[in-house]
Design a protein around this ligand. Structure first.
Ligand SMILES: [Zn+2]
Ligand SMILES: [Zn+2]
Ligand SMILES: [Zn+2]
Length: 169
């Protein structure tokens, strides 16, 4: 049954035409790989995706390390929201004071790059100004008319001033 024009693939167990197999020149003019080309591609893809997984994991760890470092720095070691005191790390983010975030981000690229750039500066002993740590709620609200925590605090302060000045008179 088996002739020189066909071969059984050790990967998928199909008998396929010999031109479905990659040649192995070093083993002679007729030598081919034990697995068909489709199976060979599968093996290569699998090992590539395994390597990509390892690389992505490494990059995620790297990013986490950088983020932790930058957030610790800009919260003066407190790792809490400068507005409401939220301490859940997963909710904390870097805020560009006075809403320069988008402009700055565009100049520096992605948000990850902002962290990376700042990290580089901090390692050099330079502390770029204009950043603080906020929780996602406060950060979101500051970008849309102001955080209610802060607005309330400011309103209370104004009422206090008003009350005090009225009482003095
Ligand atoms: Zn095969
Ligand atoms: Zn907050
Ligand atoms: Zn707030």
């Amino acid at each position: 049954m088996m002739d020189k024009t066909h071969k059984l693939c050790r990967g998928c167990n199909r008998t396929l035409s010999i031109d479905q197999f990659y040649p192995v020149r070093s083993r002679g003019p007729d030598a081919v790989r034990p697995k068909c080309s489709a199976c060979c591609v599968k093996v290569v893809m699998a090992s590539r995706s395994k390597r990509m997984d390892a690389y992505n994991m490494w990059q995620r760890n790297q990013h986490q390390k950088i983020k932790l470092n930058v957030l610790t720095h800009y919260s003066n070691g407190l790792l809490e929201c400068a507005c409401c005191g939220e301490r859940e790390y997963a909710f904390l983010t870097l805020d560009h004071i006075h809403g320069g975030g988008n402009k700055h981000r565009k100049a520096m690229g992605s948000f990850f790059n902002v962290y990376r750039q700042l990290y580089k500066e901090l390692c050099k002993g330079v502390r770029p100004e204009g950043f603080r740590v906020l929780c996602l709620n406060c950060n979101f609200a500051e970008g849309r008319g102001g955080c209610p925590h802060r607005l309330k605090r400011e309103a209370m302060l104004q009422i206090n001033l008003l009350v005090n000045s009225t009482l003095v008179e």
